[in-house]
Design a binder for this molecule. Structure first.
Ligand code: SF4
Length: 245
């Protein structure tokens, strides 16, 4: 029985793990379930109790219905990895002009890399795009994502890789994603992303109003980043109101 007895000042309860619910129960039933959990009584000894029977008829106080845990998609994994990759994420640079307090790549990070000047060459990115092409034969909508650090530090490379990916995936509906802190966005970049026939989506990190955003998200020299980010968001929306969606 997957039930946890809980006693409070107000009464007796059980948490039923199968149903993920907490129920008020009588003191007798509470005591019985506690004794069963402690191995002090045989689980069958209470089967004739009316309250217990009622709960069981409603699907509570039952043994786990699980017989097997299986992930059907595992059977398809090999085929998916061979032929149906959805997206490739290119970590263009490990460098960033911000030092957010909660960054998983901060110098305090125990388990991840830290900020560095390492970057991905255009040639490596092109190989990755070719790999993606070979393994996404069944995917009509491939997605290439640019990630960092701050990927806009490598805008010139983003342009080259975008054009290459569009050539490689000619005939398919290819789109691009960028995860950015948005502080470096320029009008030229906005033109390239939204006026040059490419399909780009920007994921912009903004924590909220200035006092909240600036609490954690600041430049490497500690200065506030809010105004630059919000000005650039407005630059996008002024030129492309449809992006408001
Ligand atoms: S912008 Fe992103 S990568 Fe840069 S410090 Fe902040 S969380 Fe880390």
């Amino acid at each position: 029985m997957l039930a946890l007895p809980i006693k409070t000042l107000l009464g007796h309860y059980i948490y039923d793990a199968n149903r993920n619910e907490i129920l008020a129960v009588s003191k007798d039933l509470f005591n019985y379930i506690s004794e069963v959990q402690a191995g002090e009584v045989c689980p069958d000894s209470y089967k004739s109790d009316q309250e217990f029977q009622l709960l069981q008829s409603c699907g509570y106080c039952c043994d786990s219905p699980l017989q097997d845990v299986a992930y059907p998609s595992i059977d398809l994994l090999k085929v998916k990895l061979e032929r149906n990759l959805r997206m490739i994420t290119l970590q263009l640079t490990q460098s960033c002009n911000f030092r957010c307090d909660y960054c998983i790549y901060s110098e305090n990070s125990l388990y991840n890399r830290t900020h560095s000047h390492n970057s991905m060459s255009v040639s490596t990115a092109k190989h990755a795009i070719e790999f993606f092409k070979m393994h996404s034969i069944d995917n009509p909508n491939p997605v290439v994502a640019f990630y960092g650090g701050e990927p806009l530090l490598r805008f010139s490379e983003i342009k080259q890789i975008t054009q290459y990916a569009e050539q490689v995936f000619e005939g398919k509906h290819i789109s691009f994603r960028i995860t950015t802190n948005c502080s470096l966005l320029s009008e030229d970049m906005v033109k390239f992303f939204f006026d040059s026939g490419h399909e780009f989506y920007l994921l912009i990190s903004l924590d909220g109003p200035q006092q909240i955003h600036d609490k954690s998200r600041h430049y490497a020299n500690g200065e506030s980043s809010y105004q630059a980010v919000i000005d650039n968001v407005h630059m996008i929306l002024d030129n492309h109101p449809e992006r408001n969606k």
